[in-house]
Ligand binder design. Structure first.
Ligand code: IFM
Length: 447
């Protein structure tokens, strides 16, 4: 493979709730998202639910055949905690199926599907339950999983759960946000310790959503707002996992309001850092009223809004390209992010665990010709090559996503897949990007 270093991991990422369906099988309990969708149907595009999703729980073997046909050497999936303990056999089979096809299994333990009976991450009992769940996964799957990611995007799930209130538990409470984030980060370290204690064969990491922050104004207050965004959305989580302690400047500002210590207990080193990258954030001071809105329509005029009055707001980037969902397209942001991570944490291996573009596609021959996705991924792969040339130890690229899936508030409208899914029959069909992606990695097609 000449385009990327030997041993480079490449493939796709998915998450259990977004593809599996079969939400009532094998003793699965509700997750917070099942309940949220049932109780707030109007908050989800077209009142979609994850009940059937892509039916991957039944069609997993066909899906693994697709992954093999597309030539991938790795697959990132998540294990559904609400299925435990009864559902562990499913992942045992899935992992055997991947190994038999020569595909490295990369497992995420928590991708937002908290078992509803546990309530939330503020609850200490949730940490005990997570540890027990990790023990079971390590015991049953630890001899084959090549990469473990404890959590997916804790910053995004906490920000939306407790600040914007757009995701469950749908509250607006900054103090609770930090408590829940702390619960997740403490659970991360506990889980890594357990995986190490059980001597699993895989490498240990986490998938963080990281957005380079750019200052959108030129006043002192704008610069302070940008610093806050970077401190609390990126560095709080980065430092929490890499150094096991919250960053000094951010800590000093909040320490009197928080009920936990700056230092996380029993911090564990990472074997690799998973980087989920979609777009940078432009930030300025906010005088606008507090208001949060996510574009879930795919209508370019439907602007995302995030304003915390008196503190900060996310701004429109100056003259750049955006997706129909109002997300900026900035491959250079990925290059800079990877190089910066390499400088901040020298020697820490990096894996791009998510990157991709959501498009308003339909099941039609025209939508299968997804040249916009090819262009997007090619530009981000070139950015990774530049980062590698600048010394960043990037070891893999997992595209979001293998197939069109339940995209949270966007329902099934915003599509990310290499495989299109027929809305009724759930038949899978490869888009043009699937074959292009295969050629890049298997035939060294130039970017
Ligand atoms: O669908 C999500 C995924 O679950 C987490 N990262 C971003 C993706 C696209 O929105």
């Amino acid at each position: 493979m000449s385009n990327f270093p030997a041993g480079f991991l490449w493939g796709c990422a998915t998450a259990a709730l977004q593809i599996e369906g079969s939400t009532q099988c094998d003793g699965r309990v509700d997750s917070i998202w099942d309940v949220f969708c049932r109780q707030n149907p109007d908050r989800i595009h077209a009142q979609a639910t994850p009940e059937r999703a892509c039916d991957h729980y039944q069609r997993w073997s066909e899906d693994l055949d697709w992954i093999a046909k597309l030539g991938h050497n790795a697959y990132r999936f998540s294990i559904a905690w609400p299925r435990m303990p009864g559902g562990i056999d499913f992942y045992d089979r899935l992992i055997d199926g991947l190994c038999a096809r020569g595909i490295q299994p990369m497992a995420t333990l928590y991708h937002w599907d908290l078992p509803h009976p546990l309530g939330n991450w503020e609850n200490p009992a949730t940490l005990d339950a997570f540890l027990q769940y990790t023990q079971l996964c390590a015991d049953r799957l630890g001899d084959r999983v090549s990469h473990w990611m404890t959590l997916n995007e804790p910053a995004w799930s906490v920000m939306n759960g407790y600040v914007t209130g757009l995701h469950p538990p749908a509250v607006h409470d900054l103090k609770r946000a930090f408590t829940a984030a702390h619960g997740q980060l403490q659970a991360h370290h506990l889980a890594l310790a357990e995986l190490r204690r059980q001597r699993v064969v895989g490498k240990l990491g986490i998938a963080l959503n990281l957005s380079p922050v750019k200052c959108a104004g030129d006043t002192r207050r704008d610069r302070r707002a940008a610093r806050w965004a970077d401190d609390y959305l990126n560095r709080w989580f980065l430092e929490g996992v890499v150094h096991g302690a919250y960053p000094e400047r951010a800590w000093r500002l909040l320490q009197h309001t928080l009920d936990f210590d700056k230092q996380l207990t029993h911090p564990q080193p990472l074997d690799f850092l998973g980087v989920n990258y979609y777009y940078p954030k432009w930030v300025a001071h906010s005088q606008l009223p507090t208001r949060f809105h996510l574009n879930t329509s795919g209508n370019a005029h439907d602007k995302c809004q995030f304003s915390l009055q008196g503190r900060l707001r996310f701004c429109d980037p100056p003259q750049t390209r955006k997706t129909e969902w109002d997300w900026e397209i900035d491959p250079e942001g990925l290059e800079n992010l990877l190089v910066q991570l390499h400088h901040s944490y020298p020697g820490l291996p990096l894996v791009v665990t998510e990157n991709g573009i959501g498009l308003g596609e339909s099941w039609s021959d025209q939508s299968l010709q997804d040249s916009q996705r090819i262009e997007f991924v090619a530009a981000h792969l070139r950015a990774i090559q530049k980062a590698i040339a600048a010394g960043a130890p990037v070891q893999g690229y997992l595209m979001w996503s293998l197939m069109d899936n339940f995209s949270w508030l966007n329902g099934y409208h915003k599509r990310y897949g290499l495989l299109a899914i027929h809305p009724e029959t759930l038949e899978r069909r490869p888009k043009a990007s699937a074959e292009w992606f295969r050629q890049v990695f298997c035939d060294q097609l130039s970017l």
